[in-house]
Design a protein around this ligand. Sequence first.
Ligand SMILES: Nc1nc2c(ncn2[C@@H]2O[C@H](COP(=O)(O)OP(=O)(O)O)[C@@H](O)[C@H]2O)c(=O)[nH]1
Ligand SMILES: [Mg+2]
Length: 224
Amino acid sequence: MVTVILPTKNEEQYIGETIDKVRREAGDIRILVVDARSRDRTVEIAREKGVEVIFDNGKGKGAALCMAFEHTMDDVVFVDPDATYPVERIGEFIRALEEADTVIGERVSFSDGAIPGPLRLGDTVSRALFRLLFGRWLDNLSGFRGLSRRSIEMMRLESPGFGIETEITAKTARLSLSVRNIPIHYMPRRGKSKFDPVRDGLCVVLSMCKWRFRKLKQPDRTAR
Ligand SMILES: Nc1nc2c(ncn2[C@@H]2O[C@H](COP(=O)(O)OP(=O)(O)O)[C@@H](O)[C@H]2O)c(=O)[nH]1
Ligand SMILES: [Mg+2]
């Protein structure tokens, strides 16, 4: 079984459409919104659509995702509900989890304006640095992913902020988990980005270094 997790911080512009798209593709799958106490209508819209909402602890996207992972026993697929990712392809992510430990929506093409110039460079540098440190060419910043329950248990994730995707990708490499890359097209966002290029960019680089060299803890439970 798979639970779809949608992290939200003021995403009223696209949360409703995201939920509709997930249901259109995946039927009555469990959807869980993990929200940063949004000040707009995000929570209201999700609840109107009959989706369960939990609130994070205010520490960032990573902490929010970790809470959501604890809130279900299923495999998970998570995606930003901000119009950037092709949510209508979620079925491919769900099916890929039947065989792979982790699934990465690899951003291989970009609409004009999807990422501002300097950030695009940062994105490329980030992938190159990942390749240098881990020997694999993976999209460490993608926000459209699948994780099997086994890999969640093995990873023991702890990044509170935007280092979480990098931690997941780094541990995928370190733990030699199987990866299925699904090439996707990345589109412009609706609503305001919460990614601060300087603060969060630094956080990504530090996360990469930390998870390259740090000794990994043993899994909580015996992984199935
Ligand atoms: N629950 C929760 N969601 C967050 C938080 N920060 C960002 N998000 C959500 O995480 C996703 C990624 O953030 P976004 O601004 O799109 O960053 P980007 O994808 O790196 O540009 C979006 O859906 C945000 O609404 C947070 O602190 N808590
Ligand atoms: Mg986003």
